[in-house]
Design a protein. Structure first.
Length: 454
């Protein structure tokens, strides 16, 4: 099974905690004096003028004192939810093979929870996400990093190590607070749709100035070293052309929870598989009426070109695994195995469309690109649940390929079904376009079979 145009640039630049990293590092107008000439032949007797009543001197207006560093510097403190910011992505390579950076609109989000502890402390848990930028050719990148910031003083820092408590004393005038910060992060992947940073902060119950910042990173080493492992005032944090956003814990806790509408709810049908008499096949070798493609390499242009697409009986392998993740969710993997005939100049193999569909609603939840999960919200019996759908392309050896579709979903969700069918379309796809949920009855597969597997 040949994936045409596979170019997965997974350039996820984030907190790369590598060996050897040490401490790192916002009218003048001139006046002419005019003298009036006096005619000596004319005597002017001045008229008496009234002496003006004395006026009261107005009291000066007091200048408001900024409440904190953010107010003094005009930095908006954001709450929970999703926000659009300018973030970095790579537009090409320089002569040394390094990325050439530019900025574009990116989505980031902030979530926070707080609980009181015994002994006069509280625990604050924060999640910050940055959605990757997806390129037309299917690659993606997310050049971002963040840290903790004290809203009162503007002092910020990012721990140099992950999952290790960092304890420090924060001075605010004559007050001193002991803070313990633990940080972790995750790259975008087939089971995770974002670049994510998690923070756990343990602090005194009366500390009310906790905040967190996120900004871009242009891969400059000095920028990285200037942020990690040391305290630095926000105005000294380098972030180039990207935005720096600041989230406040208290403002986040006061934000109304964001409720995303169910994806594709208006397209859903009731008991789709049952109403349409559809059944599923199991694991093993699957034979069905599909499409076979034949491509040849153009020796002049170096481009693979389609020679023919034929409807015929084809065979694939299929298997399913399930794994409980211990947090109330499970990971389901459906593996499609293909064997192609390939030489240096010719390729013959199966062309197909595949994915996952909910058998009760008949809705398909597609992936945008390989190695990057797509998040969805489903509506089930009046309640919402979240799932992640991702896809991997695994070349085991020449001509032997597995395509693995992964779904992370609640443990009690059992309506997921895999599907495969023929594909007559051979044109390239613009992977930068967002994907949409659609009903399985809208899939175009011509004379080929639509096979459901579970």
């Amino acid at each position: 099974m040949k994936y045409k145009g596979l170019y997965v640039l997974v350039a996820v630049a984030m907190l790369a905690f590598v060996a050897g990293c040490g401490e790192k590092q916002r009218e003048e107008i001139s006046q002419n004096q005019i003298t009036e000439a006096v005619n000596p032949e004319i005597t002017v007797t001045p008229e008496p003028t009234a002496t003006p009543e004395p006026t009261a001197t107005p009291k000066p207006t007091a200048t408001p004192v900024p409440a904190n560093y953010m107010e003094a510097n005009g930095i908006e403190v954001l709450g929970a939810g999703r926000h659009i910011v300018k973030g970095y992505f790579a537009i090409g390579e320089d002569e040394n093979g390094g990325p050439i950076m530019d900025v574009t609109d990116c989505e980031c989000s902030f979530e926070v929870m707080e609980e009181k502890n015994e002994g006069g402390t509280k625990t604050i848990r924060v999640t910050m996400n940055r959605t990757p930028y997806v390129y037309w050719h299917s690659g993606y990148s997310s050049f971002a990093m963040g840290g903790f910031v004290d809203l009162k003083t503007g002092k910020a820092m990012t721990p140099i190590s992950t999952n290790e408590p960092y304890t420090t004393l924060l001075q605010q005038g004559d007050k001193e607070y002991e803070l313990q910060i633990v940080m972790d992060y995750a790259y975008p992947s087939v089971t995770h749709p974002y670049y994510t940073e998690w923070y756990t902060l343990i602090c005194p119950s009366d500390y009310e100035d906790a905040g967190f910042y996120m900004t871009g990173w242009d891969l400059d080493e000095a920028t990285f070293m200037g942020r990690v492992g040391t305290w630095k005032t926000l105005k000294f944090i380098r972030h180039g052309k990207s935005d720096m956003v600041v989230f406040g814990v208290n403002k986040g806790l006061a934000t109304e929870p964001e409720r995303k509408p169910a994806d594709g709810a208006e397209l859903a049908e009731e008991n789709y598989f049952e109403e349409n008499g559809l059944t599923t096949r199991g694991e093993g070798r699957i034979t069905y009426l599909g499409t076979e493609g034949f491509d040849r390499l153009n020796s002049e242009t170096g481009v693979w070109e389609s020679v023919s697409v034929e409807t015929k009986e084809v065979e694939i392998g299929f298997s399913v695994t399930e794994e409980l993740l211990g947090d109330g969710t499970k990971l389901i993997k459906g593996s499609f195995s293909f064997e192609d005939e390939i030489t240096e100049t010719e390729w013959r193999g199966i062309l197909c469309k595949m994915g996952v569909v909910d058998k009760r609603t008949g809705l398909v939840y597609p992936t945008r690109t390989y190695d990057l999960a797509e998040p969805y919200v489903l509506e089930k019996d009046g309640e919402q649940l979240s799932i992640l759908v991702g896809k991997e392309y695994i070349e085991k050896e020449v001509g032997k390929v597995d395509v693995v579709i992964s779904v992370v979903c609640p443990e009690n969700y059992d309506d997921l079904v895999f599907f495969i069918t023929g594909n007559y379309m051979t044109e390239e796809v613009d992977y930068s376009e967002p994907v949409q949920v659609w009903p399985i009855r809208d899939i175009k597969h011509g004379e080929t079979d639509l096979v459901f597997l579970r």
